[in-house]
Unconditional design. Structure first.
Length: 387
């Protein structure tokens, strides 16, 4: 199958492997001129709670909810019926019809529920896919035992991690969950492995899936990058797809992870972090926002700034003018001069297209901030009023 041995990359072996992992390894190979090996340990549509041991979940008052929910859902489990449904899932997953649908979805040109009308096995697959039980990939700790422990101990320089969509329902505890996962893996390797991870991509909705809680998950991921030593986050807020939870732009994800590895793991003196909010000041009709990690200077790709929303407490200020200079974003509008305070929401939406970059071509991370209006002296105030 290609899952149990080392493979040299080729058109044939590519179908067995992560596109993000490929672009990551390719960039490092180009930079250092040595072979780069990547172990794929991944499964789609999974919570982080399946990728760490049950003990880590049980030790936390908040994380124990994953264990409690599993016990409740399996309290009256009929094993014969459960095994029957599990068999149907396997049959449907590997059927020619389902494989054909997968290919269309990977190309981004199929609407799932249109296909369901003509594929008799697919509804069973979707209906039973999250059936919880001892064989389910969704059981707490399940993939840690069946997948992670099989590779634990391999000599490696670090981990690249891209996950979080399936934890949106419990977004407010994701930082604790991911922190516990990192600790668990480091214990398994008996080494403080660097974790390079990806902040969730922009996404709005797709059939029954919704990205409403993605901004909170992204906040939680940001928290991990600030509180866990050796955990580094890359931003892909310019590389999502509004109606596809698995966006097809894999190259920038892998290449930004590689850039992060060069700076954080291999110690190169390079700009490898995205622009990060530092401070906001409101003076008259001008909002001045400064950033860390601007490099040689920020730039806006296109004619107008995307993904930035301003609120004065009553209304949204929409028709503003934005410009950049060095590490500063300047936003000007006469409505700002009337505001006592402004709330800034940058990329704080399920879906948006960020076009504010630093000199390393890395997009700005999401943030929320407030700025009180520091009124200029009377002469300047008269000047602003007369403009």
């Amino acid at each position: 199958s290609g899952w149990d041995r080392w493979l040299k990359f080729s058109a044939e072996s590519a179908k067995y492997f992560s596109a993000v992992g490929y672009y990551f390894a390719k960039k490092l190979r180009e930079r250092y001129g040595v072979p780069v090996a990547v172990i794929g340990c991944n499964r789609d549509n999974t919570s982080a709670s399946v990728w760490l041991d049950r003990q880590s979940l049980e030790e936390s008052t908040n994380l124990r909810v994953y264990i409690d929910e599993y016990k409740e859902r399996t309290r009256n489990l009929n094993m014969d019926e459960y095994l029957r449904k599990s068999r149907l899932v396997r049959e449907a997953k590997y059927s020619p019809e389902m494989q054909s649908l997968y290919k269309k979805l990977l190309k981004g040109n199929a609407r799932l529920f249109d296909e369901l009308r003509v594929l008799p096995l697919v509804p069973k697959f979707l209906y039973y896919k999250k059936e919880i039980g001892p064989l389910s990939q969704h059981r707490p700790g399940g993939l840690y035992n069946s997948m992670v422990l099989k590779i634990a101990g391999f000599a490696c320089r670090g981990v690249i991690f891209y996950q979080g969509e399936a934890d949106a329902a419990k977004a407010d505890i994701y930082a604790e969950l991911f922190t516990a996962l990192i600790k668990c893996w480091r214990c398994a390797w008996e080494e403080d492995l660097p974790f390079l991870f990806v902040q969730l991509a922009p996404f709005s909705r797709w059939e029954l899936l919704r990205g409403d809680n993605f901004p909170i998950v992204r906040q939680q991921q940001e928290k991990v990058s600030k509180t866990v030593p050796g955990a580094y986050m890359v931003s892909i807020m310019d590389a999502g797809m509004e109606y596809d939870i698995h966006p097809k732009m894999k190259r920038p994800v892998g290449e930004r992870l590689a850039l992060s590895a060069r700076g954080k793991v291999y110690g190169e003196d390079i700009l490898c972090e995205p622009p990060e909010f530092k401070e906001a000041q409101l003076i008259g009709d001008t909002l001045i926002i400064s950033f860390n990690n601007a490099g040689e200077g920020l730039y806006i790709e296109g004619e107008e700034l995307n993904a930035c929303r301003l609120f004065d407490g009553r209304n949204e200020i929409e028709k503003y003018t934005a410009s950049v200079s060095g590490d500063v974003l300047n936003i000007t509008d006469k409505e700002l001069s009337r505001a006592e305070e402004v709330e800034i929401r940058f990329a704080f939406e399920p879906y948006c297209e960020v076009n504010l970059y630093n000199s390393a071509q890395l997009p700005c991370k999401p943030f929320k901030a407030r700025a009180e209006n520091r009124r200029p002296d009377k002469g300047l105030l008269d000047y602003f009023a007369g403009r």
